[in-house]
Each structure stands twice: as C-alpha cells, then as structure tokens.
Design a binder for this molecule. Sequence first.
Ligand code: ATP
Length: 879
Amino acid sequence: MTLARRPHGTQPAPSTRLTSSAQAPAALPPPAGRGPLQRMLAQFNNVLIYVLLGAAAITALLGHMVDSGVIAGVVVINALIGFVQEGKAERALDAIRAMLPFQAQVLREGRREELDARQLVPGDIVFLASGDRVPADLRLLDVHNLRIEEAALTGESVPADKQVAPVDSAAALGDRACMAYSGTLVACGQGTGLVVATGAATEIGRISAMLDAVEPLATPLLRQLALFSRRLTLVTLLFAGFAFAFGTLVHDYSAAEMFLAAVGLAVALIPEGLPAIMTIALAIGVERMARRNAIIRRLHAVETLGSVTVICTDKTGTLTRNEMTVRRVLAAQADFVVSGVGYAPRGGFALDGAEASPAQHPVLAGIARAALLCNDAALARAGDAWCLAGDPTEGALVSFALKAGLSEHAERAALPRVDAIPFESEHRFMATLHHDHAGGHDIFLKGAPEAVIALCQWQLDGGGQRPLDAAAWQRRMEGAAAGGLRLLAVAHRRVPALAELRMDTVTAGQFTLLGVLGLEDPPRDEAVAAVARCRAAGIRIKMITGDHLATARAIGEQVGLALPLSACTGAELAGLDDAGFAAAAAANDVFARASPEDKLRLVTALQERGEVIAMTGDGVNDAPALKQADVGVAMGAKGTEAAKESAEMVLADDNFATITAAIEEGRGVYDNIRKAIVFILPTNGGEAGMLLVAIMLGLTMPITPVQILWINMVTAVTLALALAFEATELGVMARPPRDPAAPVLTGFLVWRIALVTTLMVAGGMGMFLWELRQGASLEAARCAAVNAIVIGEIVYLFNVRRLSAPALGRGALAGSRSAFAAVAVLVVLQLLFTYLPAMQQLFGTAPPGAGAWLRIAGFGIVLFAVVELEKAWLRRAGG
Ligand code: ATP
C-alpha cells in the first residue's frame, strides 16, 4: 500500500519498527477507582442507615443490648451484601467497557493492517482518518486537510490545523502542529504519523487524564429512588414521633416501651435492600444486552431504551448486510449484468442475456480502471475466502475490476497515485490524481451519481467523447435504483501538469462520465424480523441514509418499514421552514440523500413532538446527532471512535436487530425494577401497619424491631433479589413504549401495594391475635405472625413475577428457577429462625403449633387468590 502523498523533505517511512524493551506499555494505566474501604463506607452513607444506626445507639442506651446488637448486625450484613453485589456489578460493567477494543490502522511489513492500539510501539507508522481517535503520540509525516480536536489535552475546542513542517521545540502543546497526540480526535481529513510515544509516556498519559471517566452507578431511576428514600425517612420519623406521642399520651405505655415500638416502626418502614437490588437489576440488564451484542456505555441508557418511541436508523450495514457486490454496469450504450457472490473476484458479464467478455467490450476495463484506482480498499485471499480491508463499497469495486481482467498491481504501477481527496458524506465523492510515466496527469472521480454527474460535461460513448445526456442517465439510474441497487458513478479527466489535487480543481468540473455501477447490498434477514417486532411494540422506524431516494425506498419496502411508505430527500427538507420540517419529520419513513445536519435537525424536531429517539450513526459528523438523541447508538465495527464516544450504546455487530434486542432487555429491566419495588413495599407497609394498629388500639406489639429487620433482610436477599434476575416477560414487545415522564409508581402499582399491604396487616395481625386467644405464648404468637408475613411474601413473589398476567397457567412458570431457589433458601432460614434455640433466644420466638402452620398456609392461599382475582378483574376492565 502506498502512502497517499509524501511531502517534500520527509524521510521514507522506516520499514522496521523499534522494539526497545524499555518502551512504555501502550495502554494507559487504568484510572484509579474507589478502593474497597471507600466502597464499604459508601454503603453506610444513606439517611435510612443513619436512622437505623441512631436507633441502635439509643436502644443500647436504654439497656436493650440484644436489640441494639441485632439492629447493628443487620445494618452491617446489609452493607456487606450491598458491597459484594455492587462490586460484582461494577466489575461486570468494567468487563463490558473492555469489550470495546480501540483499533488503529498501521503499516507493518509494508502492509496496512488493523490492530489493537495497545500493540503499537514507537516506530510504527499509523494512518489517521476523520473520526479516529489518535492511538499514540505521533510525529506527522503526511497530512491532507487534517484537523484534530485536542480539547482533551489543551482544552481548546476548535480543531487544530495540522502540518508536517517542524515547529520550534519550545512551542506550547497546542501549537505543535506537526504532532498528533494520543486520545485526541480527528475532526476531518487524513494523515500519516510515526509513533513517538505510547501509553503512560504520551502527553495524555503524563497528565494522567482519564479518557473514559468511570461512570458512577447513578441513573435517573436510582436518583428518583434516592429522593424517595429521603422523603420516606421524613415520613418514617413523623410516624415514629406520632406513634411515640400517641402511645405515651393516650395509652399510658411507658416511654421506654414506646421508644422500642417507634424504633420498630422506623425499621419497618425502611426498605433497606431496595437500592442494592435496583443496582443489581441494572447491571444484569447491561450484561444481558452485552450478550446480545449491545454494549452500554452509559448506564442511564438501560432505562431510556425501554421508552424509545422512534428509532432513526442508517441503512447501509445496519438494515443491509454491507456486503456489496457490483451487479450492473451502465455504460453509455450498454447495460451489463455482473455475476458472482461476495467479494470473490469470480464471475462474468452478460449483455442482453448473452455472455460478454471484457476483451470485446473495452468500455468495461475503462470503468473498472477508474473504480480500481480511485479506491483505498484491498482484497486478500485467505484460503477459499476473500477478505476485505477497507470500505465495503470500495471492496466491491476492486472485485469488479478483477473480474474485468485488470491486475491491481499492474494498474497501480502504471498510474501511481499522487494525491487524493477522500470520500466524505458531505460532498459524496472521492477523487484521486495520478501521474503516468509519459508525463500525463489524470483525475479519477467516483461518487454518488448526482454529485459526479454535476461535474461531467461529456460521456464516454463508443470509444469517444460526446456531450452528456444527463436526462437519459437519470432515467436509466432510476430503473436500477428502484430494484434496491446502490449507485455509484465514475468519471475521468485529463489535466495539464498538476502536482496536488485541490477541491476547487475537482469542483471546476469538465469530467467525462465513464459509467454508473449498481451495487447490490441485500437486507439482513434478521432486520426484517426486527422491524416487524418494533412495529408491534409501537416503535416507529425512520431510515436516514446518504443513499439515493429510489434505492432507499426499495430497501425500506424490502425490510417492511411501513406500508405505505413515505419518503423524501435531504434537498426537499432543506427548503422547509420549521413547522414544515417538523411535519415532514413526523410523516416520512425514509429520508434519502440526508446529511449529518439533517439527522440532527430530525432528532430535535421529533423530540419536540415528545418522541424518545434512538439514533444510529457511524461518522465523525454524526456525533452531534448521537449526543442529541435520547439513546445515541454507534456502530462497533464500522463506526468511528468519535461516534462511539458520543453514543450511549455501541452495537458490536452493527445490526439493527441488536437495537430491538436492547430495547426488549431495557423494557425487561424496568419491569424487574418495578416488580422489586411492588414486591418490597407491601412487606414494609404490612409491618408498619401492624405496629400502628397495635399502638392505636393499645395492644401488645405483634412483632419486635429485630423480628422486622429479620423479615426485611431475609426476604430482600432471597425473594426480591430473585426478581432482579427474572427473565424478560414474553409480551414486553407487544405493548406500547413506556411514557418516560410517568412516575415509577403508577396509580395501578400504588393500588396493588395498598391492597397487598392491607392483606399483610390483616394476615399478620389476625394470626398474632388468634394465637394469643388460643392461649399461645407471646413468643409463639409473634413467631406465627412473622411466619405468616414470610409465607405471604413467598406466594406474593409468584403473583408479582407477572404484573398483570396470571401467575399460573401456560408458560407462566417458565424461567422461575431463581424464584424457586430463593424460596428454598428462605424456607431453610425460616426453619432456623423458628426452631434453632440460639435464634429463638436472639429473636424472642417460640415455635407455633401444627394448627398455626395450617392457618399460615391458609393465609398464603387466600393472599395468592385475592391478588390473582384482582389481576383477572383488572384484565377484564382493560387495565
Ligand atoms: P447510510 O447513511 O445508510 O449508511 P450510505 O452508506 O449509503 O447510507 P453514504 O456513505 O453517505 O451513505 O454514501 C452516500 C453515497 O455516496 C452512496 O450512495 C454512494 O453513491 C457514494 N459513496 C459511498 N461510499 C463511497 C466511496 N467510498 N467513494 C465514493 N463514493 C461513495
């Protein structure tokens, strides 16, 4: 591979790399995270925990050492569980971050290769293109319109122009125009540089700036929960104060007795386990998404994904396979059909149904030469397969040129490239300048037909030049594009002596159109199914593509975007005022020949209409739209580093179906979090309700603070945790997206919590009073009440696994392994609590009799049946 252009005065690139054993490792040292001690202490940094610790201290002062010890013990155990689980969640997220490798294009053994940037060593030659992150500190050898955004290093947000001429050795970092620094982003242009420092030895390594700061485990939902905790603490203190006053003033309880009851109330109302469970549910969601190729870069995306209403997607590579093959060659007088599969240069040409050999049709070789020389891709044979290095569109052109009988090496040797203007989606063409060995200078141009034809005055016709018949070409191209073919025109111009290629030389026109190529890029099979699933899930899909209107429309129809499908072009949008634009953004399904600016305007317009947008992108210019979208989705394989850094999620396989999978998982995570809340709160409500009833009626306390803590802790670490692991319900993609403004606790959920709380209070209190009336000891009656609540929780877990669908019945128990395992563990714990003498002493319990167990079981059945009846009633009412 030759370098695009070597400036005067630079030395040829060294062909061997330095392999000094003293060189710095190429990876930056990882940013310092929180230490284990800090993480452990953070577990206690929570108002609810302060309340519990305060309660433990005062209980101790009052001489109730056992109670105080149990409260403190539970706080510590809870912190330990939180610590271990959060540590696991953080490790899982770190592992997922590491799944995003950072690739660099280098020249090794004379060949261009892509490798992990951590393998770079000083002396390597690195290629830079727009959107790349600079992989090491580089001395630039060659630049073409290269501008680099160095904000990470210098704080300067305007991209710096780069050059190859040396600068003063004392120049400040921001003025060293002949250098490119690790971690900065290529805003535009191309360049080549020699690695001078890697890893910690780079400028960014020296100031040890974190490129990818570790994101705290905080999401809107977790913040909402933190607010809820603070409010709950206030309510708890108010309730406890009220109970204390009421008990001492109205019922003549002693202050010490009432204080214990108030502590019990505080302990009852606090859902200690909830924050850890929510974090775990999120982390599990992130892991599940990663398993389905969706890599989450920012945790809040997990929640947002569940409420996406519109997906704005690219076409090429996302909905289509991005495996291009040239199928048609339109020359002025002939329309060739090309055979062959993939990139393998095996296949031939047909004209009007008959085989056509390239030797008889020299026009084919002319078109192929332009397509081969104005090209940066390389095809290599690996056994039977052909591998592509570079852009798939260009790979297809190389394969076509080989089919047309050209030799890559001979053509490049005969017409060496002197300069190039790379393809950018703004101007939609690529141009190269070549010098032959007889003093001739040629420019080859290839690109979107509109862009290329606008620069052509003639067409190649029967071996000679004729004036261009643009209308005739337009008609023929419409026909090819309507079949879904991607079109690319190639043109040529001979110029007088020219040393470098400037944009104005190309845009001056005067080209001769050689022909138009039709490339096939079939839709991905899984995209068709995924589009149908999104539509069933109430999500609209809009395809925004740089491709031709007819091509985009045909592909849109093939994947089933909408029926009927409405399409428009970027040029049509440009003429609209804001109101017209907003209407067009909402009405159309396909936006063809759209620019990155159109993408940004579309996202903003749709968001103003209240839509929640997931937007895909790959180029450096897509970054603003990705940032603006609610969920920016970057392509892992073909996307630039700039796009990935602006995105919330990266698709490892660039596949549309992966977005659908992530949305499904996102809806599932949100469901599980809601289920955990709806599960945990009635336990707290039930316990607090029992105490309040007892205080109001002047009765003995039905459960003690330590018993309450026991219930909260064991049910949280078994049953509630099982909910975080629940598989996503089958029907999640059959319902419309969630309203992002709606609170976590909808009216329906508050009703459900109130209903179950009432049942719990009735069951627990009823059991306690019944046992006492039957002559059981206070300890046995309390033990029966505790077991009633726990059994209530066990059956309620199965109610909650399906928020509105029946808990039993076809497929309902599928995936309930973690639920059953949690129940098994809990049963063992409850047996220990009830029958182990040490536990009896610690918790003040005595085993209930066989009759009590029967009544407890009966309560469980009633609770289960009532919730299922409520569900059936709500389903019938359409709730
Ligand atoms: P999408 O935005 O869905 O990925 P796209 O890949 O077709 O669509 P662009 O990459 O902007 O969008 O390409 C637009 C047009 O530019 C193509 O239809 C093709 O005609 C032309 N084109 C694409 N790649 C090249 C290239 N490497 N050199 C020259 N022209 C190209």
